[in-house]
Design a protein around this ligand. Structure first.
Ligand SMILES: *Cc1c(COP(=O)(O)O)cnc(C)c1O
Length: 467
């Protein structure tokens, strides 16, 4: 079922979605005046807009996928027993079969798994290296007392670098860090695939193999953030020598075999609206995690999910690793990205797996980073078109815990995130036109200033005013 026969050459050949539409959800078109009012009410933060004021919602690919008829049918087969639901065992089977880990702890979503893992493994003062940070992941590591250290390759911070695997770990930097702080103060390495904050960039098989080998020499665990590991596997199939003839499912299994476990947000690759899990190979670690999950999420056979949600996720996992699915999913992202490149719009290259990232520093060179150029760009794009995007720059990066000063990430981006199986190519055309129009008006853009800043993960709830 995995093998795709007669795979078309990737360039210059059209792909089409391997599904047809059975149910539709109407969306509302808005006027510019309505959008201006909505944006003002939202404090120029696209997270604070109401969904009904949005035309094409590219805020996130998290929990926004369209489920299949099989997944919806599975929802009716929910076994809502408090303990030992049959849907849990289906989920466990799916994770074992497609990801290859031995033990599975369900959680309500990815951050639930991050919380449990951080609490089980991190002692105050520890260091956790990672290939660029992710917001919730780093927040949980820091709450548990760890210092996060970025060991991604240098090119990941350069939006114009065309390296095929910009998610890779810089092995020399990792080894230097281990020598400096000592292996005993590094409970695990957190490896994300693909790297969301770098623009959805993949990690190569050669790199994870080398990371695994290096970590093993020092007795350090490798924990995968497997949220978009299926998309990562597709990039390996397309870009890495020796993998062209192998299925995404096979590549995923091998990839995960170089790690000791993973945290997972099922809301991304696994095609569900809610759900996640923690998986580990080590029995003792599983015992601790399945004990802690009872405190924070629920019993270890539901972990904050209804039985029906676990069933939908088990089925979603199987659908997610089909070559036809993943080729169309990433094909749609590439379609949008290539339209923008043709128009000369500055975007992160290569085009990522789940999103196209606009380079706000190149868009608005006249704005200082402290004027939140990416936040400002997301606001202008919404005003012009009703397309909702997300800031991934200085606002998301937050403040240094010690000095209280803003982190200044090299990447100041706006993310156009494509939900899976939701929008058509025509929606991508409309989106491209809106971005191009916003780009044409870039000279008159003004910056923003913060008027309200929450304590944790400020990008979700911060409010701004226009300069
Ligand atoms: C979304 C995401 C998470 C967190 O998962 P939630 O389900 O949103 O809690 C962790 N890591 C990455 C890379 C993500 O994209």
């Amino acid at each position: 079922m995995n093998a795709t026969t007669d795979r078309p050459a990737r360039r210059h050949r059209s792909w089409a979605e391997p599904w047809k539409v059975k149910v539709v959800e109407p969306i509302r078109m808005t006027t510019r005046a309505e959008r201006e009012r909505a944006l003002l009410e939202a404090g120029f933060n696209t997270f604070l807009l109401r969904s009904e004021d949005v035309y094409i919602d590219l805020l996130t690919d998290s929990g926004t996928s369209a489920m299949s008829d099989s997944q919806w049918a599975g929802m009716m087969l929910g076994d809502e027993a408090y303990a030992g639901s049959r849907n849990f065992y289906h989920l466990e089977d799916a994770v074992r079969r497609y990801y290859g880990y031995r033990h599975v702890v369900p959680t309500h979503q990815g951050r639930g798994a991050e919380n449990i893992l951080s609490k089980v493994l991190i002692k105050p003062g520890d260091t956790v290296p990672g290939n660029m940070y992710f917001t919730t992941t780093r927040a949980h590591q820091e709450l548990a007392g760890a210092n996060f250290v970025d060991v991604i390759v240098r090119e990941a911070h350069d939006p114009a670098s065309d390296l095929p695997f910009k998610g890779n770990v810089d092995l020399a930097a990792l080894e230097a860090l281990i020598e400096r702080v000592g292996a005993s103060r590094i409970p695990y390495l957190c490896l994300a695939a693909t790297v969301n904050m770098a623009g959805g960039q993949p990690v190569s098989m050669a790199n994870i193999r080398a990371v695994h080998e290096l970590a093993r020499r020092y007795g350090i665990r490798v924990m995968l953030d497997a949220t978009r590991a299926v998309e990562n596997a597709y990039f390996i199939q397309q870009r890495e020598a020796g993998f062209a003839g192998r299925s995404v499912a096979e590549i995923l299994r091998e990839f995960c075999s170089y790690s000791d476990g993973c945290t997972m947000s099922g809301k991304k690759d696994s095609l569900v609206n809610i759900g996640g899990w923690l998986a580990v190979n080590d029995a003792a670690l599983y015992e601790e995690a399945s004990n802690l999950v009872v405190l924070y999420e629920g019993l270890h056979t539901y972990g904050g999910m209804a039985g029906r949600d676990m069933e939908a996720m088990a089925r979603g996992i199987e659908e997610s690793v089909q070559d036809d699915h993943i080729r169309a999913r990433i094909g749609q992202v590439e379609y949008l990205g290539e339209k923008l490149l043709e128009a000369g719009v500055p975007i992160v290259r290569p085009i990522g797996g789940h999103a196209v990232y606009l380079d706000a520093k190149a868009f608005y060179p006249h704005l200082d980073q402290e004027q939140f150029p990416a936040q400002a760009l997301a606001a202008y794009l919404y005003e012009a078109s009703g397309v909702r995007a997300m800031e991934r720059g200085i606002v998301s990066a937050g403040r240094d815990r010690a000095t209280g000063r803003n982190h200044h990430p090299a990447l100041e981006l706006v993310r156009l995130t494509i939900p899976r199986r939701v929008y058509t190519q025509a929606h991508m055309d409309v989106t491209a036109e809106a971005v191009i129009e916003t780009y044409e008006q870039r000279a008159s853009a003004r910056g923003l200033r913060l008027v309200y800043e929450p304590k944790y993960l400020r990008f979700f709830q911060a409010r701004f005013a226009r300069d």
